[in-house]
Each structure stands twice: as C-alpha cells, then as structure tokens.
Design a protein around this ligand. Structure first.
Ligand code: TTJ
Length: 644
C-alpha cells in the first residue's frame, strides 16, 4: 500500500492545527530559537544535528556530516536508522511528516524515550522547518528511499517513495528564511567549534564539517576516542601555558540510572576553565554536578595537604578559588529527566547529581593522589601559591579601599560624567584613545551619557592575578568610574551606569582592547555581564553619500545593498568613505551613527560569548540590539537615511 492511500480525512483537521502551530513559530521566532540574529541562525543547524546525535547516543549512528552549500544552504546527513515513515496513528500522516510539521514532535514519536535532551534544545525539527524558506528531508530505510519537501513549513506534496537504496540514514537540507533572519550567512568557525564539541562529548562519533561555498572545499573531520579526556587536552593545548599533570586525570562512575564523568588537567595559568554538561547540553550556569565537583575538589586538597603536612598553620585552608587556579576540567553527566533551571535554563537542578559527583570525585581523586604523590604535590603546590597570591590581593584591596576613602572625589580625571544619577537611563562609553574620546565627549548627550577615555597599554588580566589589577593605571579609572569594586568586593548595587558600552575601532587594535576589557569584566565583574549591562558599540564601516543624501553602512553587505538601492533610484556613483577609526568621525557623526539610542546598533555581550570557546573570548555570536534592527526588518534590509 502506498503512503498516499493511507491519508484519511483526519489529514485536513490535523493539517490546520499543524499550520497554526508553525505560524506561531514564524510570528514569534525568538520564543523558539532565542533570537533572529546570528545566534538564532546557527541554532537552526544545532537543532537538526541534535537529532542525529540522539540517534548516535542510542547506538545506531556512527557518522554525521554537515555541509554548508552555496546560498548558505545547510545539509545534514547521518547513517542512523532513518526517521520512521510509517503512518502515525493519531494524525494519520507519516511519522517523518509529523516530525517536521508538528511542534515538539522531535524525537518523541518512538516512545522509547532515549531522547534525554532538554533546556533550550530539542525544540525540534518543526521549528527549523517553519523558519526555513524551504526544507527537504530524505530518508533511507528498509531498502527504500523517501523524500518530502516543505516551504516555510508547508508541505509541498505528501511523502514520496523514490526507489531503492542499500543504506539507512537521514538527510536534511534547508535554507534559512531571510524574511525571518537578519543574518543568513553561516560562520564556518562557529559551526566547526560546535561540532568539535559534539564530537568530544560523544567519544568515537565521527563528525565532518565541510564548507563548500564559493568553490571552496574546507573540510574538517572530528573523532575523539578519548572523549572528554581529549576535550581537556585540546583546551589546554590551545593555551600557551604548560600543563602540570601530563596525563589527564579521568574518572567515570556508571550507575543504573545515570553516568558521571570528569576529566581534569592543571596548567600554569591563573584561570580556571570548568565546562559542564548534562545529557550533552552545556550547563553554562552550572548546577548540582558542578557544585558536587567543586566541594569534593576543595575537600580532597585540604584533607591531603593536612595529612601530609603541606599546610602547617592550624587555621589555614585552601579555598575553592585556590584549588581551581590553573584547572581545566570537563564534567559530563547523563541522567533521566534532567531538570534545567536558572535564567537561561542551563543550570542542572537534579539534587542526586550533587552527591553522585561529589562522592566519585572525592574517593577517586583522593586515591589517585595517594597513589601518585609527585603529581599530587605539583598540583597542590600550585594551590598553595594561589593562596599566597590571594593574601597579597587582600592586602592590595585593603590598601585601595583606604586610598578611595582618603581621596575626596574618587572619580578618575578622564571621566566626563553625565548629569543624571539614575542607572535606569545612564550610560558610560569606554573609549580608546584621546581623539575618539574627544569626539565622543563632543557628540554625547551629557544628560545621561558619560565618557571615559582610556589610553596607554592595557593590562592583560588573563595573565595576571588579582593583586596586579589594583593600582593598574589603565584599569583603576574603569573600576572607579563604575563604582562597583571588583572580585570579592564587587557590589552591583553600587553600579553608577545602567549600560557599560565599549566603543573601539573596528580594526585589530580595537578588537584587542575589546577583548582585554571583556576579559577583565568576565574575571572581576562577572555579574555585570550576567545581568546584561555590557554592550559593544558598533560604529559604521562606510559612509555613502551623494549630494545631500548620506547613508551609513555597518557591513560590506549593507554597503552593497545601499549602493544597489540608490542605483534603482537613479543615483549612480555615490562617494564611499571607509572609516578607518572612530577618530575620523566628528562629534556630530559619532552621535548620529553610534551613540544616539534612536539610531545606533549595539551588541549585547552575554555569558555564552565567553564559555563557548573556553579560553579565548569570542564575540562573534553577539546579537545586535537597537532600533535599527527593527528598522532593517521592516524595510527589507534597507538602511535609514540619516539625512532627514
Ligand atoms: C527513531 O526511532 C526509530 C528509528 O529511527 C529513529 C530516528 O528517528 N532516527 C533518526 C532521526 N536518525 N536521524 C534522525 C534525524 C536526522 C536529521 C538530520 C534530522 C532529523 C529531524 C532527524
């Protein structure tokens, strides 16, 4: 019997429901994929790939292949069992059609419940389908090949049988809808690093990414037999620091209901990297597994140090920060019905995980230390030196408090403050260089915009401990201007400006200063980022003008669009000026393009922008915020005429 014959009258009713569901996704895409910017676009790929990974977790898929084709079309292939094509009883249509057209159907149809994902993920293939200009699915199963095409979520025709095959697997090809997304160009690096991470988390799984756009053929293949051990090695190899324990310390505990794995390697850096996952979903906000790990680690270090007389003073203890200095660690747990909590639903809530990880790490790490005393000594020495530095930082902090009290006005000289004291409306622009600082000062609205100009060499806090930050001549003005203090002293209620905006050139130097400042905020003022106070100004790259018309373009694509649009209106050969730096703009221009809340674009910095790559700070995925974004959406990517 062919599939078409099976279609019953139920089909029409269910189809109406289906379309209403997918219409809801198209109306409020942000609700389903977080944003319609670059981050949301890439999320589409993860949603599809997650399905293949689930099949791999179930033990039926060994290879996943992701291609980026011309026109930013994505093709994902796996060699799993293939999505079921049989008629789903309730709706009277093939299961594969259900997967792509019914909200929340992803992975659940079989009822075997191996799909353990949750949180932000697993919103499903139907969401991707709804947000794609078109999507095609091909299933190889039981010797037959099936195919179906959809456009903006609507099926073009029922599922079709195309002939025979000797393979099994699923192939999904789709093009993100440019009516929905502001950005439709994929970043190869972003997808590559995400897929690499998937490969680390699924030991032995082969994942290939292949960028075939514009005649290219960039291909990378990931397959890590070592799993999270290889992940930790990779993270440490990326840094310039030497490792302290040559071989990654690895523990695994397998229970009936759950599994916990931890991989640990120390390096000579002052930072810590802890990446934690529950059911392969990154738990950026931590949670019970991470808490269990941290408590156990601190206890092992203190118990061992006490036992072998490495700490002599009776009242001294190693703190959590001490024992984590230089730590690179990946924690991965698998459990049924993971509960994801927290602001971004990336905090594991299951209480049993705390004691499971705690017990495993305490017992196995203590045993490891006892059996490997020289490694234990080297690692604990690192904590002891961190402890000494902590004392030095405390003295520096006390000194800086005294200094702050003794100077009548503790605001830095280079701060041009604003009039308002209401953090609901105040903003501070941190600007590199005196000339840009001058323009910003001249262009700002002094009622609520403050300017802090920085100059000279910036301290790289990645390579410095806290005591070095106090008294640093470039960072002190920032700390004083914001008013919050740093580290243990940090107090968000003292924040003097609601928005902290970094304004730097769009060149290498600008990117350097952005990274250094963000690293500083991340390490010493983290709640500032967590609570969404930090932004990056986006100055235009081009000025396009002819007669009394002036346009600003913020990307090459926008520049080309403006030129094309002008040509349509008969305006040919406009002049194009490429801005080399903020300093080239006069105060008026800087206000119009970069500082006026009615017209500017900014990127909001989020925690995800940091952890995704571990050490280095990536701001690639920052989604743009601001009125211009809506304007662009409404006007089909046409940029505003600022000359009105
Ligand atoms: C589910 O249980 C019965 C046998 O097939 C299982 C299944 O659906 N496997 C599966 C789904 N493998 N791969 C997918 C899949 C792959 C892509 C690229 C996209 C989607 C939506 C699913």
């Amino acid at each position: 019997m062919s599939i078409e014959n099976k279609v019953t009258t139920k089909y029409d009713e269910s189809q109406i429901q289906v379309l209403e569901g997918l219409e809801a996704v198209r109306k409020r895409p942000g609700m389903y994929i977080g944003s319609t910017g670059a981050r949301g676009l890439h999320h589409l790929v993860y949603e599809i790939v997650d399905n293949s990974i689930d099949e791999a977790l179930a033990g039926y898929c060994t290879d996943i292949n992701v291609e980026i084709l011309d026109g930013d079309i994505i093709r994902v292939r796996d060699n799993g069992r293939g999505i079921p094509v049989g008629i789903q009883e309730k709706l009277g249509i093939p299961a594969v059609t259900v997967v792509f057209t019914v909200l929340h159907a992803g992975g659940k149809f079989g009822g075997d419940g191996y799909k353990v994902s949750g949180g932000l993920h697993g919103v499903g293939a139907s969401v991707v389908n709804a947000l794609s200009e078109w999507l095609e699915v091909e299933v190889h199963k039981d010797g037959k090949r099936y195919m179906q095409r959809f456009e903006r979520g609507h099926e073009c025709a029922p599922l079709k049988e195309l002939g025979t095959t000797d393979k099994t697997g699923t192939i999904v090809t789709f093009k993100a809808d440019s009516e929905i997304f502001e950005e439709t160009v994929y970043d190869f690096e972003v997808l590559r690093e995400r897929l690499r991470k998937e490969a680390f988390l699924n030991a032995g799984l082969k994942v290939i990414i292949n960028d075939k756009r514009d005649g290219k053929d960039e291909r990378e293949e990931f397959c890590y037999e070592g799993g999270i051990r290889s992940f930790v090695e990779y993270l440490n190899a990326k840094t310039e620091y030497e490792v302290i324990n040559n071989e990654v310390i690895y523990f695994k505990a397998v229970g009936e209901e759950n599994t916990a794995e931890v991989a640990i390697q120390y390096n000579t850096n002052y930072n810590e990297i802890i990446l934690s996952f529950a059911n392969n979903i990154q738990t950026t906000e931590g949670g019970t597994h991470e808490e269990g790990f941290k408590t156990a680690l601190t206890k092992v270090f203190n118990d061992y140090a006490r036992k072998f007389n490495l700490i002599k003073e009776a009242d001294k203890k190693l703190t959590g920060d001490d024992v984590r200095e230089g730590l690179t660690c990946v924690i991965s747990v698998k459990l049924h019905e993971a509960q994801f909590e927290g602001q971004t639903k990336t905090k594991l809530g299951n209480t049993e995980m705390r004691s499971i990880v705690n017990k495993m790490v305490y017992d196995k790490l203590m045993t490891f230390f006892e059996e490997n005393p020289s490694i234990a000594r080297a690692i604990i020495d690192k904590s002891l030196s961190a402890q000494k530095a902590r004392e030095a930082a405390r003295r520096a902090r006390e000194q800086s408090r005294k200094n702050a009290l003794s100077s009548a006005i503790s605001l830095p000289g280079k701060l041009a403050d604003c009039i308002s004291k209401n953090v609901e409306e105040t903003e501070i622009y941190i600007v590199e260089g005196d000339s840009a600082g001058g323009s910003a000062k001249g262009g700002r609205d002094r009622n609520y915009q403050a300017i802090l100009a920085l100059w000279g060499k910036m301290l790289n806090v990645e390579k410095a401990r806290e005591d070095k930050v106090y008294g640093n001549d470039k960072l002190t003005p920032v700390i004083m201007a914001l008013g919050t203090g740093i580290g243990e002293d940090f107090d968000i209620t003292k924040l003097r400006y609601g928005k902290v905006i970094i304004m730097a050139d769009a060149d290498v130097d600008g990117s350097h200063i952005r990274t250094l400042l963000l690293t500083f905020f991340y390490k010493f003022m983290r709640p500032l980022i967590e609570e969404g106070h930090v932004y990056l100004a986006q100055p235009p790259l081009y000025k396009i003008f002819k007669g009394k018309h002036t346009y600003y373009a913020y990307s090459d694509k926008e520049r080309d669009e403006i030129i094309a649009k002008l040509a349509e209106e008969g305006i040919l050969k406009p002049e194009i000026q490429r801005y080399k730096g903020l300093g080239e703009m006069d105060p008026e221009q800087l206000w119009e393009t970069t500082m006026d809340p009615e017209r500017r674009i900014m990127v909001k910095v989020e925690m995800e922008d940091f952890v995704s790559t571990g050490q280095t700070i990536s701001i690639l995925m920052g989604d743009k915020v601001g009125p211009r974004r809506e304007f662009i959406e409404k006007n089909a990517k046409y940029v505003s005429n600022l000359d009105i």
